[in-house]
Design a protein around this ligand. Sequence first.
Ligand code: KG4
Ligand code: ZN
Length: 340
Amino acid sequence: MRILGIETSCDETGVAVYDTSRAGSAGLRAHAVYSQVALHAEYGGVVPELASRDHVRKLLPLVRQTLAGAGLGVGDLDGVAYTAGPGLVGALLVGAGVARSLAWALDVPAIGVHHMEGHLLAPLMEDPDPVHGSPEPPFVALLVSGGHTQLVAVEAIGRYRLLGETLDDAAGEAFDKTAKLMGLPYPGGPQLAALAETGAPGAYRFSRPMTDRPGLDFSFSGLKTQVMLAWRDSDQSDATRADIARGFEDAVVETLAIKCERALDAAGCGTLIVAGGVGANKRLRARLHEMAATRGGRVCFPRMELCTDNGAMIAYAGALRLQAGQHDDASVHVAPRWDM
Ligand code: KG4
Ligand code: ZN
């Protein structure tokens, strides 16, 4: 099966073709992402109406470009998968409308995919580890993006149990807001992480929220306030900004690592998979590898470019669902808010 995947839930237009007849990463015949970051930068955040309009402009050219990159024609597709939610309703409708229309015109099935299920399955698209093979359920997934921070027990593909989640800001949102309050331009998360590389470890120490009591939920908004106060009372020099960034990143990474280890214990699993934009954070990757190694377990990440929003994860998740015989009816339906 060759499945076209379309992602338009926020400010990235993502398109990919996944081919189930090829194993591992070779199944990903082509993928392309167009980022709207420059468009939203002057507003300091995503403007939903501008996002929808830009998806309208970019989606079809990106579909053509991706098919050409895969050496395929539109008639070679066996199905179309699209992000049906959660996300910005107007942006979702662009992807859903194009996906459903294409599927109808080609007389192939269409399937709406949950954006977080796409993130969750992305690491399974990668080539098997030479020693351990591909990760197989049961495992624990840490989903860390700009909109979500969740720990999920994956009992089987399609059978998910929420173990814990953030009670306020998502980890990526905390990165972005903290960056903004120290004057970094939008989108701040990756820039704050880059700045933290040059900061002195231990110069600032912030709390590890909710790690001093049992449970698997998170809270990151208080950390942001701690940073705000530290920044306000500092000399606000470049060196101090980097030191505070390092202290903040260490606090988030350590909190996530503590909760991941607890979640593995609670679920009785040895394997952790990590997905979502914050999974691109180098210090988080290193810390979770270290945690898994000391337990004799393993942690799996998708490659960096598949951590953030992309069409490949949607094509892959859709392919698994279509192979299992699922598909949507003919109506265009999206769900801006949707539990996985
Ligand atoms: O998964 P994603 O691309 O979009 C959502 O579905 O939210 O995640 C984007 C989030 C943003 O909050 C961004 O600041 C964060 O991921 N992010 C990072 C890094 N790269 C992206 N946060 C920390 N360190 C990074 N290297
Ligand atoms: Zn995402």
